[in-house]
Design a binder for this molecule. Structure first.
Ligand code: NAP
Length: 287
């Protein structure tokens, strides 16, 4: 899979990626660098960030600033913004990608476990969005928010209920701000990825014993997982000026997974050809 955008499509842009030291955040950040952006990656673990920053700089020749930050803490976010501006100048985009999640029957969760997920995903995202948005508005600078949600932000999903509640909030946040902050030249969009293999997601959401019982590939009409570059292509487009008129949108990239789960008769995929032949004969006899 190749990069889709023209060379230098993000040239001169300074972009913050939360959770940018691992998984999808790192892959999207890498492509932003390849397209000429400067990158600020942030998460709680500085060692992970520094190692990734090093790797990304070597691989792309771009510039990466790692800054530790727990997005639940507003002061730490202000520090990321300050450090980003002093290293690179004006910030042009924020990719709200950091999250926490795990599978569990809801009745087994303590209210504290519920809090942890909602705090990272929803509070963390509105904290980052509010701090950067205020900064842009005060300085009369345009900006772009891109938030990573999931398709169960609108369908809901059992066994990941705190995450579903929080992602629904994140989606509502970007849709609301798309209307309210467009007057400040601030765009807000989201991407809802289906399954894209990452260490983090696979460890927490598809542990081996569970994956044996529910093969996640069976749910996807295209019968494959996503390729990180496919997601990076979409993210780079939504971060770039090519999408200047896209605002308040959520783009799904899931191989048809959620729509497959939603269609009442899609389960008929399991009906073999011989059974269809039999049904057809029965119908023609009735005519
Ligand atoms: P991941 O590698 O585990 O990424 C999560 C990142 O969030 C980590 O870098 C983590 O770093 C950071 N993080 C967690 N809590 C934080 C906090 N309090 N403050 C700052 N950073 C924090 O998993 P991923 O699969 O790449 O997921 C990335 C995004 O894609 C998430 O929003 C996820 O919901 C979404 N998504 C993924 C899939 C998939 O199939 N992979 C599907 C749908 C949606 P630290 O631990 O160092 O803080």
């Amino acid at each position: 899979m190749e990069g889709m955008l023209k060379e230098n499509s993000l040239k001169g842009k300074n972009i913050i990626v939360t959770g940018g030291g691992t998984g999808l955040g790192k892959s999207m950040g890498k492509y932003f660098l390849e397209l000429g952006a400067n990158l600020i990656i942030t998460s709680r673990k500085l060692e992970v960030l520094e190692k990734s920053a090093d790797e990304l700089e070597k691989e792309t020749g771009g510039k990466v600033l790692p800054v530790a930050c727990d997005i639940r803490k507003y002061d730490e976010i202000l520090n990321v913004i300050e450090q980003s501006e002093s290293k690179f100048g004006q910030i042009h985009g924020v990719l709200n990608n950091a999250a926490g999640n795990f599978i569990s029957p809801t009745e087994r969760l303590s209210h504290r476990a519920f809090d942890i997920v909602v705090d990272i995903v929803l509070r963390g995202t509105y904290n980052f969005t509010l701090a950067t948005g205020k900064n842009w508005i005060e300085k009369k600078q345009p900006g772009t928010f891109l938030n990573i949600v999931t398709t169960y932000a609108w369908t809901g999903s059992g066994y990941v209920v705190p995450s579903a509640c929080a992602k629904a909030g994140v989606l509502s946040l970007i849709r609301s701000l798309a209307a309210e902050w467009a007057k400040y030249k601030i765009r807000s969009n989201a991407i809802a990825p289906g399954p894209f293999p990452t260490e983090g997601a696979w460890e927490r959401l598809f542990p081996a014993d569970v994956a044996e019982k529910i093969d996640p590939l069976k749910r996807i009409p295209l019968k494959r997982f996503g390729d990180h570059q496919e997601l990076a292509n979409l993210a780079a487009y939504l971060m770039s000026d090519y999408s200047a008129y896209v605002n308040g949108e959520v783009v799904t990239i899931d191989g048809g997974e959620w729509i497959n789960g939603a269609g009442e008769f899609n389960g008929l995929e399991a009906v073999p050809q011989e059974m269809w032949d039999k049904l057809e004969k029965m119908r023609s006899r009735k005519k």
